[in-house]
Design a binder for this molecule. Sequence first.
Ligand SMILES: [Zn+2]
Length: 203
Amino acid sequence: MFVTVPKFIQLLFPSIIWKKETTNKEIWLTFDDGPHPEVTPWILSVLKKENIQATFFLLGEKIEEFPCLKTKIINAGHTIGNHSYSHLNGWRCNKNTYLNDIEKCQKLMPENNLFRPPFGKITTPQITTLKQFYNIVLWDVLSLDFQKNITPNRVKKNILNNTSDGSIIVLHNNKKSYKNLEPILSKTIQSLKKSGFNFSATW
Ligand SMILES: [Zn+2]
């Protein structure tokens, strides 16, 4: 699996945001699949300690289960985005089912205009409809924090070796990733700061 998304793939889907234009050495940290009752409060505490903002792509079904965590994320000044209601794979379901699932999540966050496709899998017809309503955000740096046999140090290196101005970095907000992120998240943020990067959650 690619840690970075090859330029030719980015060029094939120009209406997707893979990376941001910036002149300020800004980068965008993103956390997918939350909220989670243990992991989200931990991520929020790290971000608070490091005094940075991030973006959380949330699942509707998890928001319904843990509504106060969504509020906590927003109250801490972070940005939220739609990651669908039930994490459907866009390549494996028909367009209406897919769009309805996203709409169901959107009802729980009406102020939002960001959408990240689950698994990064989305079809051209889905993009055509969704781009009328959302900024569709993928990433240029995949930390691979969700991989079972990866080491925390490898996750850290994936981030540090591939981040550049405007990068959008994907991390996860669930139990699987926690074991890989817990040892390195603070240190990774500190290293990125030392390299001169600023963290943005404005899209
Ligand atoms: Zn996801």
